[in-house]
Ligand binder design. Structure first.
Ligand code: COA
Length: 254
């Protein structure tokens, strides 16, 4: 199963495990994460979720090999799948902690942004590299990243596509704490345990109230998804993705 379930008391650990593609989100991985979130929503014994990745990555983003073959309609469907996954994390009645064990790039970064709390280690590397592939972020990055790190830092990440390392991520507030790599999961589970000891109804209300105040706006998320899909008609997006898959630099249209 691409999402490994590991229950630790009242904390449900979900591990993205598609290591041959650095846990890139294929439609199948998205579907299994949605199923795992549905299981959590139906289980009153779960009071917090920890989401992490197996191997070198939290997730290296949306599956570029799958996106390379998409037309505008396919991209629209894929954007809807990604947004649905991020919205499901936000809508969950219990907090979700992202334990960012390695790369969190593109859609992987966007999933982490939809989580309630992000923690990392010295191996954490985060980026929104979509513009280097010829597309804008498409799973909420243009909306959630500026809300978390502010407009200037978000623009720097999204417009350059550059990676942010662990210390910088901490300084920006992109992660709230750093831990030794081997202790990261236990630290996230311990944080989940602290949440689990509090009133579940008060925690759920608090999460929803913060989301109502500062969460991404549905109409703007839809606008982002539509802009992402339409860009699939532009020659730059084919060039960007083929260049990545061919392990060569892109040659953009004038
Ligand atoms: N989609 C599909 N496959 C991906 C992927 C993605 N987002 N990210 C990595 N992979 C695959 C690679 O194609 C490679 O597959 P291969 O072994 O069949 O060639 C494998 O995962 C390992 O990646 P590789 O690039 O060889 O590892 P690396 O250590 O040299 O580089 C990264 C690691 C993360 C820097 C690099 O893989 C990368 O830049 N990935 C794309 C990140 C990105 O642009 N994400 C945004 C998508 S919206």
């Amino acid at each position: 199963m691409p999402v490994v379930r590991d229950r630790r008391g009242a904390v449900q650990v979900l591990v993205l495990d598609r290591q041959d593609a650095l846990n890139a989100f294929s439609p199948e991985l998205i579907g299994d994460l949605r199923a795992a979130l549905d299981e959590v929503a139906a289980d009153p014994g779960v009071r917090a979720v920890v989401l992490t990745g197996a191997g070198r990555a939290f997730s290296a983003g949306a599956d570029i090999a799958r996106m390379a073959g998409m037309d505008v309609d396919g991209a629209r469907e894929f954007a809807a799948l990604g947004h649905g996954m991020c919205d499901a994390i936000e809508a969950l009645g219990v907090p979700v902690i992202a334990a960012i064990n390695g790369f969190a790039l593109g859609g992987g970064c966007e999933v982490a942004l939809a989580c309630d709390i992000r923690v990392g280690s010295e191996r954490t590397k985060m980026a929104q590299p979509e513009v280097t592939l010829g597309i804008p972020p498409g799973w909420g990055g243009t909306q959630r990243l500026p809300r978390i790190v502010g407009e200037g830092a978000a623009k720097r990440m999204i417009l350059t596509g550059e990676m942010v390392g662990a210390e910088e991520a901490l300084a920006m507030g992109l992660v709230s704490s750093l831990h030794p790599p081997d202790d990261l999961l236990d630290a996230a589970v311990a944080m989940g345990g602290t949440i689990a000891a509090a009133s579940p109804s008060a925690v759920a209300l608090s999460k929803a109230l913060i989301h109502d105040a500062l969460g991404a706006r549905p109409a703007l998320l839809e606008a982002e998804a539509e802009a992402f899909a339409r860009q699939f008609a532009h020659p730059d997006r084919r060039e960007g993705m083929e260049a990545f898959l061919g392990k060569r630099p892109p040659d953009w249209a004038a």
